[in-house]
Write a protein that binds this ligand. Structure first.
Ligand code: 8IG
Length: 270
């Protein structure tokens, strides 16, 4: 069932946001949505020609991002004829605005006419070979937030949630891209070393605070999904050093060329 009142209201808000984005960008529809998370902003300018650049606060129903390094802008980018709707920054569950605020971006991508979404994030890595600045394809996820972004009796299949087709295109672009299972915690605290031990035991390779809830709604609204993580730090307890947000931003700048190159090609080839 997709007719729970909260689902209908969320779809209506997304429709209003999509109409505002169309008016503000001069682009009636977009083909692909891209959500750029921690560390990914420097890669944005490599996507194509920026046709419009709008503060999210000019669009109804979007909240200003609370996290440093999340610029809070919406871009319309022309990637050789593919119209890409880019979100610089996102709303996280730990901001306590509720699951509908967290997933409003992906609902708006669908309402804008797109058929696919690229969800990116900065995250912790459980493989010691992944130095900060390593991009990793998300193969699957484990949702440890205790939250669901769906309302009512809405059964959604999550098999192959992270499109094998899009992962294949990415590996053609960059054969050295690893794949891993993304494990989402609510945050905002990072994990304890014991929690990282649990993640390892259940098959997780990445830890983050954003993408799983967005991917669930992206599937529910019919989008094809590509998930790309940037490992910005080794997971807690692995490096001997405490975790901090500055290394996230540094890793993004260091890896921008490689990430931007992958994004620029995948939006053209997908
Ligand atoms: I950047 O180590 C970033 N985001 N949960 N754990 C979790 N989220 C993160 C981490 C991390 N690094």
């Amino acid at each position: 069932m997709t007719n729970h009142p909260a689902t209908i209201e969320a779809a209506q808000r997304a429709q209003e946001s999509a109409e505002a984005i169309a008016a503000l960008t001069g682009q009636p529809t977009h083909d692909i949505g891209v959500v750029l998370g921690s560390g990914w902003a420097p890669a944005a300018r490599m996507l194509g020609e920026v046709v419009a650049d709008v503060p999210v606060t000019d669009v109804p129903h979007f909240a200003a991002p609370a996290v440093e390094g999340h610029a809070g802008r919406i871009l319309s980018v022309d990637a050789d004829g593919t119209r890409v709707l880019v979100f610089l920054g996102r709303t996280h569950l730990y901001e306590e605005r509720g699951v509908d605020a967290v997933t409003h971006g992906v609902r708006t991508v669908a309402a804008s006419g797109a058929r696919m979404v690229v969800l990116t994030n900065g995250c912790g890595g459980l493989n010691a070979d992944w130095s900060p600045g390593t991009p990793v394809l998300i193969r699957d996820h484990i949702n440890l937030t205790g939250a669901s972004p769906l309302h009512g009796t809405h059964f959604v299949d999550l098999t192959d949630l992270y499109s094998p087709r899009l992962r294949g295109i990415c590996r053609e672009i960059d054969p050295s891209l690893p794949e891993a299972v993304y494990t989402q915690f609510r945050g905002p605290m990072y994990e304890t070393p014991a929690e990282i031990g649990m993640v390892r035991a259940i098959g997780g390779g990445l830890v983050g605070m954003s993408t799983a809830l967005e991917a669930i709604v992206a599937r529910a609204v019919g989008l094809e999904i590509l998930g790309l993580s940037l490992v910005t730090n080794l997971a807690a307890g692995m490096s001997g050093a405490p975790l901090n947000h500055e290394e996230v931003l540094e890793a993004g700048h260091a890896a921008a060329e490689r990430m931007g190159g992958i994004l620029a090609r995948v939006v053209r080839e997908a």
